[in-house]
Design a protein around this ligand. Structure first.
Ligand SMILES: Cc1cc2nc3c(=O)[nH]c(=O)nc-3n(C[C@H](O)[C@H](O)[C@H](O)COP(=O)(O)OP(=O)(O)OC[C@H]3O[C@@H](n4cnc5c(N)ncnc54)[C@H](O)[C@@H]3O)c2cc1C
Length: 448
């Protein structure tokens, strides 16, 4: 019998999780991973902290190199190889060797698309100037790091106030730059409600970030090929460095050209087993959709948490198993300097758009009892169904020890618990960790 062959496109979180899972199940399969970059299994999430200077070397962001995959797991990782076409009829992919500029066909029995997502790059004048960066792959993080080392920028403007923008604001402040952040929305972190977003904006301003909210990027001006200023619909800001944090778009063009169905935001449509619309072709991670358990619809959420799980489940099912990914509730966490931020479920705008009647409570409490050293402020907002009290969403902004509490809410929302269930949940308590009424339960109490 000939060996079965798995081909994976993309060598990071989703792709390598799947390849490793298949290898654990089938010692005899041939597994080939094509990765167009130089690196595999890197922590893109760690890049802001590497750029900030908190991580000694970019090597520390790499969990496993191509050599280790080859030697320890017999996974044939081919870096600097880009898949340029999928031919589902003949079950083969066209691969470009980027070093040799040559092309060849590679056949597959099973194919996993794990191509990730790319940062949005607006088509405005000056966008191709030196000094304008989006973050996605490890190489993109290295490019920013090297640019800062070589050009010593003094002023930076971040376009977009989502979590990448916020984390990069912290990183560039740490590199002693004058940091401005521009967003066309009237708040930062539009996945939060405006009242919670305001707490973040106030903290950012107090900590030296100049915020320009409700302002739209128009174009960039350049001097000798380098970005020299950013022009908005209201002003011109001089700058030496631009970071684009304007969201991501799934890398789904290979799939679309192969006739594979796309869904939310053009992400690859998959079922709960990670199967695409074509037989023997699977997809996982940032290039693919997820099902939102509260909104009850397909969404595109580009997060490492989801990519790793989808990759594992794809690997299990490709191996002949039967595992399902039920979906996501939109849980995310970040921080800027000492301010922690997290959210889960749906926010007010999303609930209004879906026509779901809701009630909210917002409380200010403390992360520990007032008498205990190091106690910090925590702001909690809960969103529940107007009748029945089912938990629909939650947001937390506070200092050290605040934001990770969101995981309790994510669990409660996934389990379809009500605000009463949350109130009487047997959570842990001792003064070094929490007040006797956990802030989440104080917010729940306010809704009864
Ligand atoms: C700055 C930053 C911070 C982040 N922080 C967090 C965080 O704190 N928490 C969190 O949950 N998530 C975070 N994320 C998101 C997280 O990194 C991604 O969700 C995760 O990496 C997605 O994994 P993936 O395998 O789907 O895609 P990717 O990691 O994007 O990997 C896809 C790979 O496919 C390769 N590829 C694409 N097309 C081809 C092709 N045609 N041929 C060959 N190779 C190809 C790419 O080079 C890439 O290496 C962050 C992302 C960034 C950029």
């Amino acid at each position: 019998m000939t060996k079965r062959k798995l081909v994976v496109i993309g060598g990071d979180a989703a792709g390598m999780s799947a390849a490793s899972k298949v290898r654990r199940t089938h010692k005899d399969w041939e597994i080939i991973v094509f990765e167009r970059g130089r690196y595999t299994s890197y922590a893109a999430c760690g890049m802001p902290y590497f750029i900030a200077g908190m991580v000694e070397s970019a090597d520390h962001l790499i969990a496993r190199t191509p050599e280790v995959f080859r030697e320890k797991q017999d996974i044939d990782v081919k870096t600097l190889h880009e898949v340029v076409k999928i031919d589902p009829g003949k079950k083969r992919v066209r691969v470009r060797n980027l070093e040799e500029a040559s092309e060849f066909w590679e056949s597959y029995d099973e194919l996993l698309i794990a191509t990730g997502a790319s940062p949005v790059r607006p088509e405005v004048a000056g966008i191709d100037a030196k000094g304008i960066f989006g973050l996605s792959t490890l190489q993109s993080g290295l490019d920013v790091f090297n640019y800062i080392r070589d050009h010593k920028p003094k002023k930076a403007v971040i376009v977009g106030g989502g979590y990448i923008g916020i984390e990069m604001a912290e990183a560039l402040l740490a590199r002693r730059m004058k940091v401005s952040l521009l967003d066309m929305a009237s708040q930062v972190m539009i996945t939060m409600d405006p009242d919670m977003g305001k707490l973040i904006s106030e903290y950012m301003r107090e900590n030296g970030v100049d915020l320009y909210l409700g302002e739209k990027l128009d174009h960039f001006e350049t001097k000798r090929g380098k970005v020299s200023s950013i022009v908005t619909d209201k002003r011109t800001l001089d700058t030496d460095l631009i970071i684009l944090g304007m969201g991501t778009i799934p890398n789904s063009s290979l799939a679309r050209e192969a006739g594979i169905e796309l869904g939310a935001k053009d992400a690859i449509r998959i079922n709960k087993k990670m199967e695409t619309s074509l037989a023997h072709i699977w997809a996982a991670g940032d290039c693919a959709e997820s099902f939102h358990l509260v909104a009850e619809k397909q969404v595109h959420i580009a997060l490492g948490t989801v990519a790793n799980k989808q990759g594992l489940i794809a690997g299990e099912n490709i191996s002949g198993g039967n595992m399902e990914f039920p979906g996501v509730v939109g849980t995310a966490i970040t921080k800027i300097k000492d301010l922690e931020i997290s959210r889960t479920g749906l926010n007010e705008k999303e609930l209004k758009d879906l026509g779901i009647p809701y009630k909210t409570s917002t409380i200010i409490s403390s992360t520990r009892p007032g008498y205990y050293p190091g106690t910090e402020e925590i702001n909690v907002k809960l969103l529940i169904e107007e009748t029945g009290g089912r938990l629909l969403g939650g947001q937390i902004v506070g200092k050290q020890g605040a934001a990770k509490r969101i995981d309790i809410l994510a669990t409660a929302i996934t389990a379809r618990m009500t605000v009463r269930d949350l109130l009487v949940l047997d959570l842990s308590y001792a003064p070094p960790f929490s007040p006797v009424w956990d802030p989440l339960q104080i917010a729940a109490r306010d809704l009864l």
